[in-house]
Design a protein around this ligand. Structure first.
Ligand code: FAD
Length: 286
């Protein structure tokens, strides 16, 4: 292991326009640097192709929370600590706060950002299943202008995304349509704290008496990208929430989810845990 940092250059522009100009001039040279909690590990390990970084930390345009009747919009620099302390998120989007509270340590939560977690695009990242079930949108900005992409379309493969090298994530937008939905999340790792997920899960369900009017299920750490379990959702939608529905849902999940083997866990273990988490969620709804 290295015990020193390699040479690097860090520029700290005062405005978003300045940061975007730097990126536009040489997109493959400069790398955005938010909280640095992912980047510093790679830098110290000598695993980064880049040595020139643009600090986003002081950009006001990437901070703050905007609340309208339809949406909550969070700046990409919103930290895990801030996610946990926003009353509107606690009330309407509790799965994000739950994921934030289980991310790293307090130090990581003070510095790590939601935008960094998304852009880093690890399939094991804890806040991503919540963003999938909340049907979040991302605002991507460059000198060319801004564009919105649905978060479900953001990942294109393992650690690859639709984000261009000249673009930044500016904001994460959550539609405020969670009233009446029951919400649940779980993280399964080797330890209770400071653990990378073996499986992480987020679920939301809308019930009419004992009938599942609608349901959304998402998993992290089981595939090259975070995934919605669309076939399992379809097997449950409109069904009475009885033992047969739960059994059918688990069968659909086995067909749909093709978990990965990696250094943290086996595919078989992940498949079993994913099924257990689904059963747990559905049983709690009854
Ligand atoms: C000890 C430790 C424990 C951790 N535990 C967890 C955990 O439990 N769960 C978990 O999910 N993660 C964990 N992480 C990973 C990390 O903390 C998170 O992924 C964090 O959200 C990264 O945010 P950041 O602001 O620090 O990103 P950075 O390190 O600054 O950047 C990460 C990547 O995102 C890019 N980037 C950042 N912001 C933007 C933006 N606005 N637009 C475009 N690109 C951007 C950077 O260029 C880089 O590629 C842990 C890390 C450490 C070191």
């Amino acid at each position: 292991m290295r015990a020193y940092l390699p040479d690097y250059e860090l520029k700290a522009p005062a405005t978003l326009a300045e940061a975007l100009s730097l990126l536009a001039e040489a997109p493959t040279v400069w790398q955005p640097f938010a909280g640095g909690t992912d980047l510093m590990v790679l830098l110290e390990a000598g695993k980064l192709a880049h040595q020139r970084f643009i600090s986003l930390w002081h950009l006001p345009e990437l901070r703050g929370i905007n609340v309208t009747d339809e949406y909550i919009t969070l700046g990409a620099l919103t930290t895990y600590t801030q996610v946990q302390t926003q009353a509107v998120l606690q009330a309407e989007f509790p799965l994000l706060g739950e994921a934030a509270s289980l991310t790293g340590s307090i130090a990581i939560q003070n510095r790590g950002t939601l935008g960094g977690n998304i852009a880093n695009a690890s399939p094991a990242a804890d806040s991503l299943p919540a963003l999938l079930v909340y049907e979040a949108d991302l605002e991507l900005v460059s000198t060319q202008g801004a564009r919105w992409v649905a978060y479900r379309d953001f990942h294109t493969g393992y650690k690859t995304t639709v984000l261009r090298p000249d673009e930044l994530i500016r904001a994460i937008r959550l539609p405020r349509a969670t009233a009446g939905w029951r919400q649940h999340s779980r993280k399964v790792g080797t330890r209770k704290a400071q653990a990378i997920s073996k499986v992480c899960f987020a679920g939301m369900a809308l019930l009419d008496a004992d009938t599942l009017k609608d349901i959304r299920l998402a998993y992290g750490s089981v595939a090259p990208v975070p995934v919605r379990a669309a076939q399992t959702e379809a097997a449950l939608r409109g069904r009475a929430l009885d033992a047969a529905a739960i059994e059918d849902a688990c069968a659909a999940l086995v067909t749909e989810l093709k978990p990965i083997d990696d250094i943290r866990s086996t595919a078989g273990y992940r498949a079993q845990v994913a099924s257990n988490l689904l059963q747990d969620f559905l049983s709690q709804l009854r």
